[in-house]
Design a protein around this ligand. Structure first.
Ligand SMILES: *Cc1c(COP(=O)(O)O)cnc(C)c1O
Ligand SMILES: [Zn+2]
Length: 389
């Protein structure tokens, strides 16, 4: 045992367990686990710290020597598109997505628990992040990707950081199944979304929002496996438990139309999602048919009195372009789903113009150069040709 504080608690039946790094599901009911510890922090005392995610270390699992790339501390940028919308630009993390916030914790847990190798199924960004942090930790890294569907920038990062790449015939969920099989023996440490330690790092998004802006009325999050929206909500609730705020934001989860099991269930008043075998969307980072963390995300939206919604690929690409051309922010398609969602909800009247909204823009434009270059014109000039601007 290396994590000597806190406990893992089943979100389904409430059973409590010692914080075993290899325990990912409740031993009684197989439910998802959540890490919790006694919360103590002096917010004004930590204000001068120069670390980012680990600035909030009192609220994170106790790790002696974190494997860190000084992730987090991302910009909060007021949007030109809607004056009360603020963009939390997670593309500014070391490998270009919020996955780094969780990876610093999960890889540290893997390293301290004595693992020599890590393994993960990914639509891309988890792989980029795992590859970089595994490299820094000196761990072998095995990456399982759905065949021919990972954006080029993400693949390039995995290759550059020296991870071993497998492409699996099938989609993300097929790749995840293989990873689950391979991790049964506890020789390879799994970094997938069911890993509760990752979510602990990701909850620092809320702490930073609180530090940069206070508590907004709404927070809009692109949803794939549904871990991030759950982590962000957990972070806000902890701020309240600490007595730092009474107010909590309403949480909105955005899914792509062709890949929206949670949003579709929510919008049609079902009690649980109907999983999708072949999800499709240009936003490959949220192309997930069987979101592992759906029960956590469901609770998040219910407790916070938010909603789920779907946006079309056209709306996502339009939002990506607006972010790029009006706000100067380069996002991959999945990251722009939050802006697509905001536009829709303002149209529908759910969000009022004077309400403060934070959009989580989850990943950087260079992750997916092909999508960034869809609307692309180059004028070639021969020697001595006259240039018309
Ligand atoms: C992983 C990812 C998401 C989805 O996050 P979940 O925690 O799986 O819901 C959204 N956008 C980007 C860019 C991502 O990398
Ligand atoms: Zn349980």
């Amino acid at each position: 045992m290396i994590i000597d504080d806190g406990e893992l608690r089943c979100i389904n039946c409430g059973s409590r367990f010692e914080p075993d790094p290899y325990l990912f599901n409740c031993k009684k009911c197989n439910g998802l686990l959540e890490y919790n510890k006694d919360l103590h922090i002096n917010w004004s005392e930590i204000a001068s710290r120069t670390t980012r995610v680990w600035k909030y270390r009192e609220l994170l699992p106790r790790i002696e020597n974190p494997i860190s790339l000084d992730e987090g501390g991302t910009p909060m940028i007021r949007s030109n598109i809607f004056k009360n919308a603020f963009i939390k630009f997670e593309g500014a993390n070391p490998t270009g997505s919020f996955k780094d916030r969780g990876m610093t914790v999960a890889i540290s847990v893997a390293k301290e628990s004595g693992a020599k190798s890590v393994i993960v199924a990914s639509t891309g960004n988890t792989a980029s992040s795992a590859a970089a942090y595994a490299a820094r930790a000196g761990l072998n890294c095995y990456i399982f990707l759905p065949m021919n569907s990972v954006a080029k920038g993400k693949l390039a990062q995995v290759a550059l950081h020296g991870a071993k790449i497998f492409e699996i015939e099938g989609n993300f969920d097929d790749a995840l199944k293989i990873v689950m099989e391979l991790t049964k023996e506890k020789k390879l440490y799994p970094l997938n979304s069911f890993n509760p330690w990752r979510l602990e790092g990701q909850k620092t998004i809320s702490f930073e929002i609180f530090d940069q802006l206070g508590i907004p009325d709404w927070v809009i999050v692109p949803v794939g496996n549904a871990g991030n929206i759950s982590a962000i909500w957990k972070g806000f609730k902890e701020l309240k438990q600490l007595g730092l705020t009474d107010k909590l934001p309403k949480m909105i989860g955005v899914q792509a139309e062709g890949s929206a099991p949670i949003a579709n269930a929510w919008l049609s008043n079902q009690s649980s999602p109907k999983f999708i075998d072949s999800p499709i969307t240009v936003a490959t980072a949220i192309r997930i048919g069987k979101p592992v963390n759906w029960p956590k995300a469901w609770n998040t939206v219910k407790e916070s009195k938010g909603t789920f919604l779907t946006v079309s690929d056209e709306e996502i690409l339009e939002a990506q372009k607006l972010l790029a051309r009006i706000d100067g922010i380069g996002s991959e398609p999945a990251g722009a789903a939050s802006m697509a969602g905001l536009r829709k909800l303002i149209d529908q009247g759910l969000i009022k113009n004077d309400e403060k909204v934070v959009l989580i823009v989850t990943g950087h434009a260079l992750k997916d150069p092909e999508s960034a270059m869809q609307d692309f014109n180059i004028t070639k000039i021969r020697k001595d040709e006259k240039i018309i601007l």
